[in-house]
Design a protein around this ligand. Sequence first.
Ligand code: SF4
Ligand code: SF4
Length: 471
Amino acid sequence: MSKQIPVQDVTPQAKPATGNVDLYASREKIYTRSFTGFYRNLRRFGGAILFLLYFGTVWLTWNGRQAVWWDLPERKFFIFGATFWPQDFILLSGILITCAYGLFFITVFAGRVWCGYTCPQSVWTWIFMWCEKITEGDRNQRMKLDKAPMSVNKFLRKFAKHALWILIGFVTGLTFVGYFSPIRELVIDLFTGEASGWAYFWVAFFTLATYGNAGWLREQVCIYMCPYARFQSVMFDKDTLIVSYDPRRGEKRGPRKKGVDYRAQGLGDCIDCTMCVQVCPTGIDIRDGLQIECIGCAACIDACDGIMDKMGYPRGLISYTTEHNLSGQKTHLLRPRLIGYATALLLIIATLTTAVITRPLAGFDVSKDRVLFRENSQGWIENVYSLKIMNKDQRDHTYVIGAYGLDGIQLGGKQEVQVAAGEIVTLPAQLSVAPEKLPSTTNEVFFTLQSTDDPDIKVEAKTRFIGPRLN
Ligand code: SF4
Ligand code: SF4
């Protein structure tokens, strides 16, 4: 028997005259009602921290440069004291895998809390909804305004709302581009007309993307565009925390006067006020069961708890619960799937941390010249190479270059080089070997690089030494 929770799609489907099923239900505009409550405060708190991180980090400086900066032309990624190069992108894959496993773990444990509280699409949509409220009023006023003919009042309110949306979109886009092009110069250049065409393009692109996604598309992104919504049901089990209505307690739903013995009338605790539907950002009725449209934001819990308080009923008619709990069974916190994800996550984090800590602070690439070999003035066989030295540290270093791998091998060219912090130096080098010391036509040799002021910074690179064909 499957242990997964059946997730229903109860979105009304458009029924075209042809009789074909339309995969895209015609959209009805959602007018969300404002509400207060514990989970709203929690979300605001979490959102404020994320906003601070996103908008604030880009302005931090470290050793005279932007602290977090993806320098695409130079192909370097600075994050405070560390510099990452394209060669380190395996670490980026590790970070992405960690995030994926983190999301799996959180989803199995607590359902779609990521969507409801921290997903940028949700966070920005809540902000845009707040702009809507302060410019056009709450749900009923907005519905009235939309139905009313165009007037100066309507025009000004709509104008103010869109202006605010575009302003927030612009600050969001500018900040995002600022992670790739130093923000201080970017801001000055943008406003003085000195920025490159690409800078204008990308700021405009992300402004419009934010405006479109959080202002217009909203729940459509969650329902139709986000793949996570589709595979979440595969990860849920009967012990996963979900937002759910308790039908055993709520049904039979219906209006009643406060203080009457509604049980005697055969009614449950749900007064059918539809407040839970009116606050829902995806416009669903949680009383129909768990649906893929539900982003687990708990707005309906706050709204319903408020109603329960007013009616004098206990809170929790809609709550964070589990399927097992709803059916009167015990919820199992520790279960094999959760333990599996947690173990995998811990292992990946430990491996990634070790890889970052033990990452060599110098990069060393050797490429051999296309000319296979030549004979030098001494009659020795000589191969020419190009050495690329990357100083990944935050301070300058002087390096000594060496070579080994063949008996009597000699290194020609510069043998000591200074490389500034975060810089790359490319220089030519020659290796030469007496012909009688060559064991074969193709031989494995190594270049070494050792910092003179830090014995821990020591790397080597393998390459080939080619000689004439041996008889
Ligand atoms: S808010 Fe609560 S009482 Fe009102 S309709 Fe929803 S579940 Fe019923
Ligand atoms: S049903 Fe409740 S938890 Fe789900 S999206 Fe709507 S308001 Fe949020």
